[in-house]
Design a protein around this ligand. Structure first.
Ligand code: HSE
Length: 434
């Protein structure tokens, strides 16, 4: 049988991982596809000692791969959204199928890319873009395709999870752990993408589109990072029976879709709370299946290469099938994507954790609880730290479910009290009940 001819653009960590898997598992992969997969062309500005490219044509201009007439599938692993976008659109224009691991590219330019691919009758697959080696996109678009998805909640940035785990387990400071994550190679080239939630927002955009059949809407994701979290809040959450995780949450409320990335208190007993270090996990609640959990490595040459190669295998199997009959790019056919609105963040309803610093004076607590009750906010639990006389007192409290707009109004009034000092910390809570 003729081999499927693959061109790989980019030979960094994921590119070299992909080449190594395609080579070391070539026989097993050929048995799965029904024909061999041949790496016919690599485009890379420089070699990578982590992989052997002997016998493969290598070009220094990545665009050569998109132009090579013998290539069936172009694999974009260069990252970024400028050259990567040009390369992908050029490959599509030349009638090639595309596999990419590029979450920013799909989240920000996916609608344009799919429309070009649809017009040309070619396929685009991007399993590696979300949660690395965890096959969550195939799970949502195929394995759970029978369901109306109610919500998806995931730890989808390994660097952020590593930082939070170290802060909690070892009482380390944020900046110190971030440096280690960078040295270990987990963090994005620009680590603000990890710690300010942009990387997670890219991934959540993709998850939500495949879960609910909506167009990609990266600019509508509410995004809050972990850089302002303190060890004090992490410890206080534990005292209330919760753990702080940086979650991406996509929820179909019936009135619209919530798309949000932010630090979140989750009950210690839910499985997601035990996902530590750089590991990723995504929980999905479907109306027929109930709660499901997908766990694994979210980054690295092997795990991400595993997802890239899985896409190549799937495409290799279906190269001769008419494009309209393959799994749609976003799991739902492009012409029936829904226009469900994405809801504003102040319309979210959830419990809150609140920490504030107050003067130790009679009536301070009464003022705070009065304002909360005037805004119909009910307190679930509260504790006050014992401090030396005349020192400001930290108060931590958990509310019952409340509309975010109401808590904002209440906290603005509380912050205006003379007895309340400094900024008030507030962190959303998710019970993750299916
Ligand atoms: N920087 C990302 C993470 C890598 O930490 O999860 C994979 O997208």
């Amino acid at each position: 049988m003729n081999p499927v001819k693959v061109g790989i653009a980019g030979l960094g960590t994921v590119g070299s991982g992909t080449v190594n898997i395609l080579r070391s598992n070539a026989d097993e992969i050929a048995r799965r596809v029904g024909r061999p997969i041949e790496i016919a062309h690599i485009g890379a500005r420089r070699d990578n000692p982590a992989c052997d490219t002997r016998g493969i044509r290598v070009s220094r201009d990545v665009m050569d791969v998109a132009r090579d007439p013998q290539i069936d599938i172009v694999v974009e692993l260069i990252g970024g959204t400028t050259t990567a976008r040009e390369l992908v659109l050029a490959a599509i224009a030349n009638g090639k199928h595309v596999v990419t691991a590029n979450k920013a590219l799909i989240a920000e330019h996916g609608n344009e890319i799919f429309s070009a691919a649809h017009a040309k009758g070619v396929d685009v697959a991007f399993e590696a873009a979300v949660a690395g080696g965890v096959p969550i996109l195939k799970a949502l678009g195929e394995g759970l395709a029978a369901n109306r998805i109610k919500w998806v909640a995931g730890i989808i940035n390994g660097t952020g999870n590593f930082i939070l785990t170290e802060m909690r387990d070892k009482g380390r400071d944020f900046a110190d752990v971030l440096k280690e994550a960078q040295a270990l190679g987990y963090a994005e080239a620009d680590p603000t993408f990890d710690v300010e939630g942009i990387d997670a927002a890219h991934k959540l955009t993709i998850l939500a589109s495949i879960a609910f059949g909506i167009p990609l809407q990266f600019s509508r994701v509410y995004t809050e990072g972990i850089s302002r979290l303190t060890r004090e809040d992490i410890a206080a959450a534990e005292q209330f029976g919760y753990r702080i995780k940086h979650l991406g949450i996509a929820k179909d409320t019936g009135n619209g879709i919530e798309l949000r990335v932010h630090p979140t208190l989750i009950p210690q007993e839910v499985l997601l709370a035990s996902v530590n270090g750089v590991m990723n996990a995504v929980m999905v609640d479907g109306d027929a299946v109930g709660p499901t959990l997908f766990y694994g490595a979210g980054a690295g040459a092997g795990p991400t290469g595993s997802a890239v190669v899985a896409d190549i295998i799937e495409m290799g199997r279906s190269l001769t099938i008419d494009h309209e009959l393959r799994v749609p790019y976003l799991g739902f056919h492009t012409d029936v994507l829904s226009d469900h609105p994405v809801l504003p963040i102040d319309g979210v309803v959830c419990p809150f954790y609140i920490r504030l610093l107050v003067q130790d004076r009679t009536g301070v607590l009464a003022d705070i609880t009065r304002i909360l009750s005037q805004h119909r906010i009910s307190i679930e639990a509260m504790f006050q730290k014992d401090v030396d006389d005349d020192q400001p007192v930290p108060i931590m409290l958990m509310t019952h479910s409340v509309l975010e707009r109401d808590i904002n109004d209440a906290l603005a009034e509380i912050a205006a009290l003379d007895t309340v000092l400094g900024d008030i910390v507030r962190i959303r809570v998710e019970l993750l009940k299916a």
